[in-house]
Design a protein around this ligand. Structure first.
Ligand code: NI
Length: 224
C-alpha cells in the first residue's frame, strides 16, 4: 500500500502553476494513485469553474449521521477512489490518524488511517472485516475528530487480523498490533455507528458530561 507517485504533469507544473485546465481533459486518469494529482484536480476544478470543488467536511458529535450503520461498498470505482484519496488531506489538516467515511457523512464501510504521517504508511480499508482479536487488552487515551476536545482511555485488544479491499479492489489480510490495531478498531467502530465515548468507563463518561453537553448545545445553536 501507499505507493503513490507524482505524475509527470504535476511535477512540471509545480505547486504555484496557473490553473491546469489541461489536467481536466487529458490527464489524471490515474488520479487515485497520485495524491498530488487529486489535489491538483480539485484546484483545477475550482479555478476553471468546470466543476464544483468537492469539499467534504468532518461531522461532529452529536450529528445523527455518526450513529448509522454504514453500508458495504459494492464496487471500487474511480469516483470512489478519488473521494477516498481526498480523505487523507482532510484527515491531515485536522491532525488525525484515522478518518472513517461516516465522519464525512458518507455512509459506506471504509476508512483511511496513517499513524505515522509518512506517505508510505497511508492505508485505505474498504469493507473491512475483523477476523481475529487477541493478545490481551490495553488501555490508551483516545480522541476522535468528530469529538473535538474530548479524550478518554479506552480498553481494546492488542492484536488483530483484518481483511479488507484496497483501492485497487484487491483483498488484503493485515495482521497488526499496537497503535495501528487500535486505530483500525476505533475506525471500524465508526462503521457501526459506535463512538469511543461509548466504550469509556461509567465514571469517565460522567466526567465528560459537561463537555458533551457543550458540543450538543453548539450543534443545536448552529441549526437554529
Ligand atoms: Ni473517531
Amino acid at each position: 500500500m501507499g505507493s503513490y507517485s507524482r505524475c509527470a504533469q504535476v511535477s512540471t507544473l509545480g505547486a504555484s502553476a496557473a490553473p491546469p485546465e489541461a489536467l481536466l481533459r487529458d490527464s489524471c486518469l490515474d488520479l487515485a494513485r497520485c495524491y498530488t494529482c487529486v489535489e491538483v484536480c480539485r484546484l483545477a476544478r475550482l479555478h476553471s469553474g468546470v466543476l464544483m470543488p468537492a469539499t467534504d467536511a468532518i461531522l461532529t458529535y452529536p450529528d445523527p449521521r455518526l450513529r448509522r450503520t454504514a453500508e458495504p461498498v459494492e464496487e471500487v470505482t474511480p469516483e470512489l477512489r478519488e473521494r477516498v484519496q481526498a480523505m487523507f488531506p482532510l484527515m491531515y489538516e485536522a491532525k488525525g490518524i484515522g478518518l472513517a467515511a461516516p465522519q464525512i457523512g458518507w455512509n459506506k464501510r471504509l476508512f483511511v488511517i496513517n499513524v505515522t504521517g509518512e506517505k508510505e504508511d497511508e492505508l485505505a480499508l474498504i469493507n473491512p472485516r475483523i477476523l481475529e482479536k487477541g493478545g490481551g487488552t490495553w488501555l490508551m487515551e483516545e480522541g476522535c475528530l468528530s469529538l473535538p476536545g474530548i479524550h478518554g482511555k479506552v480498553r481494546r485488544e492488542k492484536r488483530i487480523v483484518v481483511e479488507a479491499e484496497d483501492l485497487d479492489g484487491n483483498v488484503l489480510e493485515i495482521e497488526c498490533d499496537g497503535l495501528v490495531a487500535r486505530c483500525i478498531l476505533h475506525e471500524y467502530d465508526h462503521l457501526d455507528g459506535v463512538l469511543f465515548i461509548d466504550r469509556l468507563s461509567p465514571a469517565k463518561k460522567q466526567s465528560l458530561k459537561r463537555k458533551l453537553r457543550a458540543l450538543e448545545e453548539r450543534a443545536a445553536s448552529a441549526v437554529r
